[in-house]
Design a protein around this ligand. Structure first.
Ligand code: SF4
Ligand code: SF4
Ligand code: SF4
Ligand code: FES
Length: 868
């Protein structure tokens, strides 16, 4: 007898096609058959969706039951005997498929699904060579689901898979049946506002036929012509696994068929934001500045100029006069190579990346409580098993959309409580059990009040009294009444939410990566205080390889693996490994480096990656540096101050790894040849080092071997192991044992909410799902879907201000002003306006200068008059 069922408890013994198997009794006959390698055709079934049993092609015969039953809907029973193939079954299946074909056009030659269409496969499998009935020929109009997905209703077999994916997976519920029965049955977009469709493409992914088609893929290739390369999404720290489909050196679409992270689901950025790799802004040739102008150069010449400029600054003003910037959009291997170049070749610890200081407070808070510098103290999978989720001022369905999916599954399918502290009516707020609609800027106070309330009401488990006293003391000002005054949220509502969290067993707290130390500490405290294991703290919205860049030592005070630069033994170990001296003096953070640059105290800079594109003040500061090497994939504002420009490959052309927020390390694989003369960053750095007389390794595989040998947490990370999937670093496995943090840390939430009578509105900045920075801004489809930042305003406020949708308005804050288009939305609460991060407008209006950015301020909004 053959066992089946992936190690789950075996409780039913059944016979399928004379094969005896044991399976868990919650399995359906279809699942049992598949687990035993027996094929049953299906159409309406999808393994990740609830069964509906509508197509009837999965019928099987069960001994003792007269009529065939749908195997996707029938649970196994001990002693059951099943036949999956017989003349009777083939005849019924043929009849069902023939009925579908009556209302299905024979468009296989021009249908983009041909070659991977489930209906085509079944027709072939059942040998339906001749149509049995005259087609009824109902003509329905081709239209679109959204800008990325075309809808061909004539090809729709009304299986409802798109409807279920939209509701059950994405939690959007904007695709539905408009008619259900007969040949008039139809599904369609039912959103009241087209913006409610999240453009995620989960519906596209599950459609078995060519009824939903990716617009940009239309007529560009037959399925069998595509070359597929599994790689990692470059847009955010979720690290979803995706497959690049290429033909003749171009990416034609992204699919998600490779097993990996996020279970095949992607967001709009991951699925449709891939063509930045062929953006017209790509740098393709080296450039050097001659007589004030950038001119094309040969690689040898440009590399020699870069090396000479860096060496000149080092010799004349010392290594401390050089600033080196890495990037969370570059791979681990590139970032490791860069910090080694800075430390071992140039002799400076002045290395950082722009997004690090802005998120450093949040990561400091988590590290203080857990001992690990990590963006997540537990796995994303653990989110599905928690008793409750608290989301604090973090619009995760926009900043890191795939992080929202397990939360929604926990809430909708497992009854977890969802508490949301947010000034905006976000998707999470709409789906929450408790929405604490706070005054923008008071989120931290409300979180502090909840923590204090739980401490005072004995809703904490197994904690040391002195730790508890220390925490309570730090929250002495933060009672529910005070929080009510500051936030405008009723104290009883806060107490109710606190009780819901405390009684749920285990809590996961999702915060923004920009939240800061106090919020992170309180989140960790809350997780530690709750009874059960399995919760955790998750900092959302980081760029793709933020964790990896930190792990690789792209920080002024830490070596790869996290050792303090002041630790003599750690430095000695690296000196032995590298055969070079490692400077002992801590370097300057990105923020300080830019301050020094502004004062003219930095002589030379090397900037790898694209971190500066949305921070004009950073570009202005680097404009005061004598010699700037820009090693980048795209042309951007930084070129204005570049002395040398070295074009680097995009994620689709390079080999390496990214480390996601859970510390899974995953492969990035090349699907395209380098564009123009672009080279891998590791090669460029090795060449510059060569000009300075130092040999550096340039092959990513060998660099990862070096990383494994010097970073204990990466000791088990190898390219070979990653061939079969993501590999988690060692620290995170220890850390993820229960998601609990090591100790309670005191926190002092700010009780002051910025107020200025001259600015009557509160302004909140956050992510929009289309853009996460420089790369998404170069993707054609994403740019078209969200071409420019808009200020989101509640309709009631707009009426008071005399503003209409799409008009230009001047947004003024104490830091600056910007003209933006108005977007009316109920997501913005009255009195609160929203602007997207990732555009220059946010940097201006928030006064961002490379330090921790505030994401809230006060604002005035007024209509821009003609000529103004
Ligand atoms: S793109 Fe996403 S949100 Fe829009 S209909 Fe499809 S599944 Fe639903
Ligand atoms: S559009 Fe596709 S997934 Fe949706 S009902 Fe039609 S055939 Fe099924
Ligand atoms: S942007 Fe983030 S959430 Fe979206 S597909 Fe990429 S990694 Fe996943
Ligand atoms: S797959 Fe079972 S009824 Fe459609």
């Amino acid at each position: 007898m053959e066992p089946a069922g992936n190690g789950r408890k075996m409780t039913a013994t059944i016979i399928i096609d004379r094969k005896k198997i044991q399976v868990p009794d919650e399995m359906t006959v279809l699942e049992a058959a598949r687990s035993a390698g027996i094929h049953i055709p299906t159409l309406c079934h999808h393994a990740e969706l609830s069964p509906v049993g509508s197509c009837r092609v999965c019928l099987v015969e069960v001994d003792g039951v007269n009529d065939p039953v749908a195997s996707c809907m029938t649970k196994v029973q001990d002693g059951m005997a099943v036949q999956t193939d017989s003349e009777r079954l083939r005849s019924v299946r043929r009849a069902m498929v023939e009925l579908l074909l009556v209302d299905h056009p024979l468009e296989c030659p021009v249908c983009d699904k041909a070659g991977e269409c489930e209906l085509q496969d079944i027709v072939h499998e059942l040998g339906l060579m001749e149509p049995q009935y005259e087609p009824i020929g109902i003509e329905r109009e081709i239209n679109e689901v959204n800008a990325f997905i075309g809808r061909y209703p004539n090809r729709c077999i009304v299986c409802g898979r798109c409807v279920r994916a939209c509701e059950e997976v994405q939690g959007a519920g904007v695709m539905n049946y408009v008619k259900r029965e007969g040949y008039e049955g139809e599904v369609a977009m039912v959103a009241r506002d087209p913006g409610e469709c999240e453009q995620c493409g989960q519906c596209l992914r599950v459609c078995p036929v060519g009824a939903l088609i990716e617009q940009s893929f239309k007529y560009r290739a037959r399925a069998w012509e595509l070359h597929k390369t599994a790689t990692t999404c470059p847009h955010c720290a979720m690290g979803c696994t995706l497959t690049l489909n290429t033909k003749q050196g171009r990416i034609l679409r992204v699919t998600s068929e490779t097993p990996g992270l996020s279970g095949g689901n992607l967001c709009v950025r991951g699925r449709f934001g891939f063509d930045f790799a062929e953006s017209e802004d790509r740098l393709q040739f080296p450039l050097i500045r001659v007589s004030g102008e950038l001119r094309r150069a040969e690689w040898d010449e440009a590399l020699a100029v870069a090396a000479a400029g860096l060496d000149g600054a080092r010799r004349s003003d010392g290594p401390g006069s050089i600033a080196v910037f890495g990037s969370p959009r570059c791979t681990n291997e590139e970032n490791y190579q860069l910090q080694k170049f800075a430390r071992a070749v140039l002799g400076t610890n002045n290395i950082d990346f722009m997004d690090r200081p802005s998120c450093a407070g949040t990561l400091d808070g988590i590290e203080e409580a857990t001992g690990a510098r990590t963006a997540a103290t537990n796995s994303v999978d653990a989110l599905e098993t928690v008793g409750s989720v608290l989301v604090v001022d973090s619009d995760i369905s926009e900043s890191q959309p795939m992080l929202a999916l397990p939360v929604l599954r926990a809430v909708r399918q497992k009854g977890a409580a969802l508490v949301v502290i947010d000034a905006r009516r976000t998707k999470m707020a709409r789906q929450s059990t408790h929405w604490l609609n706070v005054r923008a800027g008071s989120e931290e106070v409300v979180l502090g009040a909840i923590v204090r309330f739980l401490c005072e009401n004995g809703r904490v488990e197994g904690l040391e009294q002195d730790e508890l006293s220390g925490l309570l003391e730090s929250l002495v000002e933060c009672g529910l009444e005070r929080a009510e005054q500051v936030s405008g949220v009723d104290a009883t509502k806060m107490a109710g939410a606190a009780e819901a969290l405390a009684s749920s067993g285990s809590v996961a707290v999702l915060i923004s990566a920009l939240a800061g130390r106090e919020t992170a500490s309180l989140a960790c405290d809350l997780v530690s205080m709750t009874e059960g294991n399995g919760g955790g703290v998750y900092a959302a919205g980081l760029p793709a390889n933020w964790q990896g860049a930190v792990d690789m030592g792209v920080t002024p005070s830490r070596l790869p693996g996290g050792a303090d630069i002041r630790d003599e033994r750690a430095r000695a170990a690296f000196e032995t490994a590298w055969g070079a001296a490692v400077p002992a003096a801590g370097g300057m953070s990105a923020h300080r480096l830019l301050e020094q640059a502004e004062k003219g105290a930095i002589r030379a800079a090397l900037v790898m990656g694209d971190s500066f594109s949305s921070a004009p003040s950073a570009v202005a500061a680097l404009g005061k540096v004598d010699f700037v090497v820009v090693q980048d994939t795209f042309a951007g504002p930084l070129l204005e101050c570049a002395s040398v420009v070295l074009p680097s490959t995009s994620f689709a052309e390079k080999r390496g790894t990214f480390t996601n927020m859970e510390r899974y390390v995953q492969r990035v694989r090349p699907a395209l040849p380098p564009l123009g003369e672009a080279r891998a960053d590791t090669e460029i750095l090795a060449e510059i080092a060569g000009h300075l007389g130092v040999r550096l390794e340039s092959k990513p595989g060998l660099l990862m071997r070096e990383v494994s040998s010097v970073c204990p947490s990466y000791a088990e990370v190898t390219y070979d192991l990653m061939e079969s999937g993501p590999v988690r670093t060692i620290a995170s496995e220890t850390n993820a044992a229960g998601g609990k943090t090591a100790r309670l840390v005191p926190a002092s939430p700010s009780l002051a909410v910025e107020d200025d009578g001259r600015y009557p509105l509160r302004l909140v900045a956050g992510s929009r799902r289309f853009h996460s920075g420089a790369q998404s801004g170069k993707a054609r489809g994403l740019k078209e879907a969200y071409p420019e930042p808009a200020v989101e305003v509640n309709p009631a406020d707009a009426e008071l201000l005399g503003l209409k949708d799409s008009v230009d308005a001047i947004v003024r804050t104490p830091h600056g002003e910007h003209t933006l288009k108005v977007k009316l939305t109920l997501k913005s609460s009255p009195g609160t306006v929203f602007i997207p991060l990732g555009f220059a407008a946010a940097a201006t209006l928030l006064g961002w200068n490379g330090s921790a950015p505030a994401t809230k301020t006060v604002a005035i909004l007024q209509k821009r008059e003609a000529g103004e």
